[in-house]
Ligand binder design. Structure first.
Ligand code: GLN
Length: 554
């Protein structure tokens, strides 16, 4: 039996209370005490992974370095705990059932009736246990966040598995942290505890007694309320914490630490560790609180009405802001709004930088092409991510090379000018799940380019998620016209990064640099993009003071 300790995080009442951020913040507090922490997200849906879901369903698909297409909470975990997670860090009902059915067909359970208890629950427990024996050292603590809300039918097998897990581990090795809601009745200005009481009742009905309660609310509760919650929920008074709204998500770990969440975890799990060192996190929070200016960035995408669809991009832009000591205000602009709109230029005016993020399918591409054209012509710093690189290349081919029909075969399969085409090894693939070019691949960076200046090294590894690429047949033409292929795969066959010669900062990446950005260590391209945007902002301000603000109002 290993000495690893476990923290299970569940949520009651309703979704969207910030369980992922709470789990990530607890991870940070433990890591700050010198402990080795890892974290697992359990998603009770039947999809094998998040890769086939629309971002409208669950927000962005986060890609790990080993190429797993996972829940966006893994992004929060990586950013807060500053660790690289793997395909083992996200399990779904689909994966569990697939594994059990596979074993059944192999005959691993010969003679048995295969059932939710014990076969499904055992498989779940095995996955959790599997995290104790990762390739490097054994973690001191594993945090396991159970997605969904307690009371949902689909999360029941997972809750049953964690109930059993606690029973099977030595006493004091497992903690249950439950996140609940404290609504504020606006007319009386009162926080109410009844929902929290019900959420805990629901959890206890399935045999789990929470050890710690995090009560999400708009304001702090007083000791009377904490006493009441403690009494009705059977949780000690000093293990009932407020989880109050904060201005910036990176303030949460410090708010938790100040309330004593970190020391409570240490005490209840008898963890052997030193005092927390949160100096670097505090410095980062100070930088967020004291920006020396503000810039506006326009992000043009097709899922723009849901910010979660671009969460890692938005976070990476914020990290670029922290590194440049500037507040970055990002407007998400629905690309379709630019289409068939004679005033489309007005919608892009006033931004100091433009981002075209990743995406799939034809809808909204015309608007994104206009965004690329605008950034190129107006010399606005531009960052194109994956589809953003592809669209920028199509725009360049149409408007600079004069190839009117230039297109991506993703949008027009039979286009006579397939500037962007399926990668050769993608052509025979018909199955959709997990079949893209996924995860880390090396990229050789051309010296003397903006990309090289940003990274400061010759080779980088970045995370991919795509099927299409710049068609090599057009590479020469594009280069002659001023597009620099500044990043290439080691075999020279794939263009991984582009930039434009006659432009202050116009970079496109076939990979997703946003996935490797951290609040204390902005990803180099995001840091450089924000720096260039800040310079652009200052240039425009110098030319005409007040002009930017006027444009922003449009
Ligand atoms: N749809 C494009 C491709 O498959 C871009 C993917 C993306 O932006 N992640 O190559």
């Amino acid at each position: 039996m290993s000495d690893t300790k476990y923290i299970f995080v569940t949520g009651g009442n309703l979704s969207g209370l910030g369980k992922g951020l709470a789990a990530a913040s607890m991870g940070r507090l433990l890591k700050a005490r010198g402990l080795k922490v890892t974290i697992l997200k359990v998603d009770p849906y039947i999809n094998v992974d998040a890769g086939t879901m629309s971002p409208y369903q669950h927000g962005e698909v986060f890609v790990t370095r080993d190429g797993a297409e996972t829940d966006l909470d893994l992004g929060h975990y990586e950013r807060y705990i500053d660790i690289d997670l793997t395909e083992k860090s996200n399990i779904t009902t689909g994966q569990i059932y697939q594994a059990v059915i596979e074993k059944e067909r192999k005959g691993s359970y010969l003679g048995a009736t295969v059932q939710v208890i014990p076969h499904i629950t055992n498989e779940i427990k095995d996955r959790i246990h599997g995290l104790c024996s990762q390739d490097d050292e054994t973690p001191d603590v594993i945090i396991i966040e159970i997605g969904g809300t307690v009371g949902d039918i689909e999360s029941l097998p997972f809750l049953e598995a964690i109930r059993q897990y606690r029973m099977e581990q030595p006493r004091g090795h497992v903690l249950n942290v439950h996140l609940t809601y404290l609504p504020l009745i606006p007319t009386t200005g009162e926080l109410k505890t009844k929902l929290t009481q019900h959420a805990v009742k629901e959890l206890r009905a399935i045999g789990i007694q929470p050890d710690i309660l995090l009560c999400r609310s708009t304001r702090d509760m007083d000791d009377e309320m904490r006493k009441k919650i403690a009494l009705f929920c059977n949780v000690p008074f000093d293990a009932v914490f407020s989880d109050v709204d904060v201005k910036n998500i990176y303030f949460i770990p410090l708010a938790f630490e100040a309330m004593g969440v970190g020391s409570k975890l240490v005490e209840l799990l008898s963890l052997k560790c030193g005092p927390p060192d949160l100096t670097d996190w505090k410095d980062m929070v100070e930088a967020i609180k004291n920006p020396q200016g503000k810039i506006k960035i326009g992000l043009v995408g097709k899922y723009a009405i849901l910010r979660d669809a671009y969460i890692s991009v938005l976070e990476a832009l914020a990290h670029g802001g922290i590194a440049n000591k500037v507040d970055v205000d990002v407007d998400c602009i629905l690309s379709e709004k630019l289409e068939n709109n004679e005033n489309w230029r007005d919608l892009l005016a006033g931004y100091s930088g433009i981002v075209v993020p990743g995406g799939f399918g034809d809808r909204g591409t015309k608007g994104k092409i206009l965004a690329c054209q605008y950034a190129r012509e107006e010399k606005i710093p531009f960052l194109g991510l994956c589809l953003g690189l592809q669209i920028a290349t199509v725009e360049f081919a149409r408007n600079i090379l004069g190839i009117a029909d230039a297109n991506s075969t993703e949008f027009d399969e039979l286009t006579p000018e397939p500037i962007i085409d399926l990668m050769p090894d993608q052509k025979k693939i018909t199955r959709k799940g997990g079949t893209m070019r996924l995860g880390h691949y090396p990229c050789i960076i051309k010296p003397g380019t903006k990309a090289h200046e940003a990274y400061g090294v010759d080779v980088v590894k970045e995370r991919h998620r795509h099927r299409l690429e710049i068609n090599n047949k057009y590479r020469d033409q594009l280069e002659k016209a001023g597009m620099i292929m500044c990043g290439l795969s080691p075999d020279n066959l794939l263009v991984e990064m582009i930039e434009l010669k006659d432009h202050p900062w116009f970079v496109g990446t076939q990979f997703h640099p946003e996935f490797q950005s951290r609040p204390q260590r902005a990803q180099p391209l995001f840091r450089a993009f924000i720096k260039a945007s800040l310079e652009h902002h200052r240039r425009v301000e110098d030319l005409a003071p007040g002009r930017v603000e006027e444009r922003v109002k449009i």
